[in-house]
Ligand binder design. Sequence first.
Ligand code: URA
Length: 204
Amino acid sequence: RISGDHETPVPGSLEDLGSEARRCTRCPLHCNATQTVFGEGPADARVMFVGEQPGDQEDLAGRPFVGPAGKVFDNALAEVGIDRRNVYVTNAVKHFKYVPRGKRRIHQKPNAGEIEACKWWLRQEIDLVKPQLVVALGATALASLTGRQGRLTDVRGVLMPLDGTRSLLATVHPSYLLRLPDLERQHLEIKRFHADLRLVAEAQ
Ligand code: URA
């Protein structure tokens, strides 16, 4: 197999794929990010979670979902009885995109070109891990996985087919829950997120 526009052989293991990804220059995001944040988890995981892109803390640590959104994610997994060590966790885009503001780095959504450029890595991860179920955390992951630009709410929480052999479940991104200003609404939405993840726990 040939790696898309790069004309290099496709790495045969997750380890090799991760090493390749750490040298990726397919889009300009590698210029300002600290490092590539590749996926992590067992090479034979039955479930793969796909987020949007690393945030500030993930960029520094080199690991997905270790910042505030990661805490929400970890709490939700614990709530529904999924052990994070048994699942593969990655992102649609593997470099942090931000604008500096004083000492802070403010997260920017990846654009369609960046999502498209990074899709190749996600596809290779799926091909190697061969998960039974892929969980899209938010609209960016869903767009990368299906090309679907529509509203997440139309498909959220229902198992759908992916590539003929897998299932796909779309739910909200954990950061969405952190941004809700109304505590009552937040409580409700966290409960809905947990209900979606219970479907994952059952499918595992
Ligand atoms: N948000 C994401 O989508 N992914 C991460 O790894 C962290 C925050």
